[in-house]
Design a protein around this ligand. Structure first.
Ligand code: ZN
Length: 430
């Protein structure tokens, strides 16, 4: 790529950056938690349509994805699960194709009084944009879009097909990205600007979600014997699960990408519910668990170990022995994924292109990292033979309070993305 083109792309990103921040503010003001993504997706479809992309907007149909590898079970209906894809078709078809993927769903904001300002009324202060989803990952949705805008401002378009994806369900199943695959969207590489501080993610964990249901006979507290309380019965089960977590994290089980991490796999009891009345012994309790898996660890083997651990702990409990817990899967069945294990020439080329783009913008070498969460990259890497590069801006307190994204970092990522697209796809005159 010529020095002149690099300079022009950077100038185009700078010229549009105030608009990009306004766009990010508007997008972040849509409270697109699970089931409430529609208005944000309407906004994305409008913006993509106004730029001339061919729009595909559809509701996820479980029948089309249920049988596919990577599918995660869901409890609720999918009436509000709508994906949006904007397609650029290259005139020449000479260049390599690219998927620019981002998720529109955000996690719940939690108690509003823990925020310094309302989570869905984004504000900019001291170079940061605050708001739920601003970092994870609406900033990335804007860097993908405004990088393409920068090419257009230079009178250019990618010389390969580009599929701009705004997907739902990343935070609970990944079925949004899976539905894009099922619909036929494939490319030579994928870029996902999740907010990992301008580092390239070489490995990500798998995640499994499950619920444990406990129940027994209700009684008045005055007659309760020991061990008949469904809420207290959860405690030894949780302890047994933490012992399993400890075993899974043992040094001998860690793949190379995680060898240096003592505790990459976290078991989180994220929700608990149970009982009906303070003076009634609780007859039921349900708790929700998230557990991490290493890349290469089998989901089926993990599930059967989890089931054995819970049943064995229940056998040792007088109350549970007669009324064994039930395990319900209702979300992530996500395998781990390691770009580091992709030995293809295409993966090497894509990583080199991103290395160059990052270095041109920052002057630094692109740092590699292994993350202790999952992303939608697994669908491209594991099930579509497509190297998936996760590289996005710096954010803080994602999934926490006062979530924020660093706007200088967003500007750099947008520039690096524009250069990556121009390099990877090549360019054609508009
Ligand atoms: Zn995310």
């Amino acid at each position: 790529m010529s020095v002149d083109l690099k300079t022009r792309l950077c100038a185009a990103v700078d010229a549009a950056f105030d608009r990009q921040v306004d766009f990010l503010s508007e997008l972040t003001s849509h409270p697109s938690t699970r089931g409430n993504e529609r208005s944000a997706q309407d906004f994305m479809a409008r913006e993509l349509g106004a730029r001339g992309y061919e729009i595909d907007r559809w509701q996820i149909d479980l029948a089309e994805i249920r049988h596919l590898p990577g599918f995660s079970p869901v409890l609720g209906p999918y009436e509000d699960a709508v994906n949006v894809v904007g397609t650029h078709r290259a005139r020449t078809g000479r260049g390599r194709s690219l998927i620019l993927n981002g998720h529109i769903d955000v996690v719940p904001a939690g108690p509003a009084d823990m925020w310094n300002s309302p989570p869905f009324e984004p504000r900019v202060a001291d170079g940061w944009l605050y708001g739920r989803g601003g970092g994870d990952m609406k900033a990335g949705l804007t860097s993908n879009l405004f990088a393409l805008d920068a090419l257009a401002a230079c009178g250019l378009a990618p010389a390969g097909d580009v599929f701009y994806q705004s997907v739902v369900e990343e935070e609970c199943t990944g079925n949004g990205a899976l539905a894009c695959l099922a619909r036929g969207y494939t490319a030579d590489a994928a870029l996902i600007p999740e907010p990992f501080a301008e580092k390239l993610v070489m490995a990500q964990l798998g995640v499994i979600w499950f619920q444990v249901h406990l129940k027994g006979l209700p009684t008045h507290v005055a007659y309760a014997g020991t061990g008949s309380n469904a809420i207290e019965a959860a405690i030894p089960l949780i302890q047994a699960l933490h012992e399993m977590e400890h075993r899974w994290n043992a040094a001998g089980h860690r793949p190379a990408d995680y060898a240096h991490m003592d505790h990459a796999l976290n078991l989180n009891v994220g929700r608990i519910e149970g009982g009906d009345w303070t003076s009634s012994v609780p007859a039921w309790c349900v708790f929700d668990v998230r557990m991490g898996l290493f890349p290469g660890q089998s989901i089926d083997a993990a599930k059967s170990e989890i089931e054995q651990v819970i049943l064995k702990a229940a056998q040792g409990n007088a109350f549970l022995r007669d009324s064994l817990p039930q395990i319900v899967y209702h979300g992530f069945h996500a395998e781990g994924y390691a770009l580091s294990q992709d030995g293809s020439a295409r993966a090497a080329d894509a990583i080199s292109a991103l290395d160059r783009a990052h270095h041109d913008i920052t002057g630094d070498t692109l740092t590699r990292t292994a993350i202790t969460a999952t992303t939608d990259a697994r669908f491209f890497g594991l099930y579509a033979d497509t190297p998936a590069l996760v590289y996005g801006p710096r954010a803080e307190a994602i999934h926490g309070f006062n979530e924020r994204v660093d706007l200088d970092s967003l500007r750099r990522v947008t520039k690096a993305t524009a250069m990556f697209i121009a390099d990877w796809c090549g360019t054609q005159e508009v």
